[in-house]
Write a protein that binds this ligand. Structure first.
Ligand code: THU
Length: 127
């Protein structure tokens, strides 16, 4: 778990967040143990901003990874930052009920399950 949090904290340093100044890092571990990282990438239009979690998921998918164990999300907040609603939907699509580890740079962590953060999700089972 330490290595995954470290990877999320390191990825956070690459955040492109000139508008919000709110830097987020994510680290997604696949079934082979490989870690796929992401950071938030903002845009002057604001609305085209992509969160750290989605960058990590899309990078992983584009590299061929398909099964995931857990994701760490790091931001510099005392009340640990959870994934936004859009990211919960994307995480559910590709990762199902994974472990979500929240962390900050001062060593505070909390581990949750996506199912608890995102009860009654819409997914392909309804199509
Ligand atoms: N953000 C993330 O990257 N992940 C989250 O879990 C919460 C929000 C980003 C989006 C935006 O760049 C900034 O944080 C402020 O909302």
């Amino acid at each position: 778990m330490g290595a995954l949090i470290e990877a999320a904290l390191r990825a956070r340093e690459n955040a492109h967040a000139p508008y919000s100044k709110f830097k987020v890092g994510a680290a997604l571990e696949d079934e082979t143990g490989r870690i796929h990282t992401g950071c938030n990438v903002e845009n002057a239009t604001y609305g085209l901003t992509v969160c750290a979690e989605r960058v990590a998921v899309f990078k992983a998918i584009s590299e061929g990874a398909r099964k995931f164990r857990r994701i760490a999300v790091a931001a510099d907040t005392d009340a640990l930052t959870p994934p936004c609603g859009a990211c919960r939907q994307i995480l559910w699509e590709f990762c199902g009920d994974i472990e979500v580890i929240l962390a900050n740079p001062r060593g505070k962590t909390e581990t949750l399950r996506l199912r608890d953060l995102f009860p009654r999700p819409f997914d392909a089972s309804y199509l």
